[in-house]
Ligand binder design. Structure first.
Ligand code: BDR
Ligand code: CA
Length: 309
């Protein structure tokens, strides 16, 4: 499977990248970065640090949008720390990002691969994908599918009462991508909130027996302290790595093909994903929205893959 990861690392984004690097079924063509959890300067540096941690300096990193299409930028530094990597801030990268911007890399790479052969895994705000579609609408028909951590149905919001962070940060981009006709698999909070990184799961990660285990455990311990407090749970949810894990073991997840739209105007519900789970709108399905998950299966797969690094 050839994939591109569009990302705003962020601890859980970095773990998604590590899982992809650990998986021989996956060929990672490149990483595109976007401002989201923290600024694009930090997310780009963090992507480079993650590749150096894994010893995979052969993967190109292309920096992308610093700000959303239309709105003022919002971040999630209160969750991820000022650099996005609080918990373990790795040494400054020696590796550099490519000169070519993210949207141009996306267009060029998709145009030079057979139609349908590349999957985009998006785990941050969708600004880069929307910009690429704006510059070259024909790439829509060349993308095999988008696997996106974004939005929510019954779990509603995590950054506001109505919206999930990646959708809230750039609702116009999400709306454009979901209206593009590209096949989409959506990993919403309904899935990630069933995947609690409990103390027991954290200690199994720490004990992987390689260099990566304690780094991932310390990252999650930092990121999840905020969410554990918010939800009153033992640990916080596993978000972004699902977009990679489900490529490896799709049978761990179940969902329904339905229509999804995003609120772009209302100040009250900005970024809300309107998921027509019951099919009442009469609108055609534009995404496979996942809802249930085999949590023990997901954590077993996560550990097995990270243990390979
Ligand atoms: C999403 O927001 C970010 O904080 C995480 O990295 C994840 O992509 C969860 O809502
Ligand atoms: Ca993310």
């Amino acid at each position: 499977m050839k994939i591109i990861i569009d990302t705003d690392p962020g601890q859980d984004d970095a773990v998604a990248i590590l899982v992809a690097l650990a998986s021989p079924e996956i060929e990672l063509l490149g990483i595109t970065t976007v401002g989201g959890n923290v600024s694009v300067a930090h997310t780009t540096a963090n992507a480079l640090k993650t590749l150096e941690l894994a010893g995979r300096t052969d993967i190109p990193v292309h920096a992308g949008a610093a700000r959303p299409l239309r709105r003022a930028p919002v971040d999630a530094a209160h969750v991820h720390g000022a650099t996005g990597f609080e918990g373990v801030d790795l040494p400054p990268p020696r590796l550099r990002a490519q000169a070519e911007p993210a949207a141009e890399f996306l267009v060029r790479t998709l145009a030079s691969h057979p139609p349908g052969s590349v999957t985009l895994c998006t785990i941050g705000p969708m600004t880069n994908i929307a910009l690429a579609l704006r510059h070259a609408p024909a790439i829509a028909s060349r993308i095999g599918r988008i696997v996106a951590m974004i939005g929510a149905w019954s779990e509603v919001g995590n950054i506001t009462a109505a919206a999930e962070f990646n959708a809230y940060a750039d609702p116009d981009a999400a709306a454009a991508v979901f209206a593009s006709g590209i096949p989409i698999v959506m990993v919403p909070l309904d899935v990630t909130h069933r995947l609690q990184i409990s103390a027991a799961r954290l200690s199994r990660l720490r004990a992987l027996g390689n260099r990566i285990g304690p780094v991932v455990a310390d990252w999650f311990a930092f990121e999840k302290r905020f969410e554990a407090e918010k939800y009153g749970t033992d640990g916080g949810p596993l978000h972004d790595p699902n977009t990679i894990l489900l490529l490896l073991r799709p049978e761990l997840y179940e969902g329904r093909s339905v229509n999804v739209r995003f609120e772009t105007e209302s100040p009250l519900t900005r970024g809300m994903s309107v998921v027509d789970w019951w099919g009442v709108s009469g609108l055609p399905a534009n995404a496979l929205v996942l809802r249930t998950v085999d949590a023990d299966g997901v954590f077993a797969l996560l550990n097995e893959r990270l243990g390979r690094l």
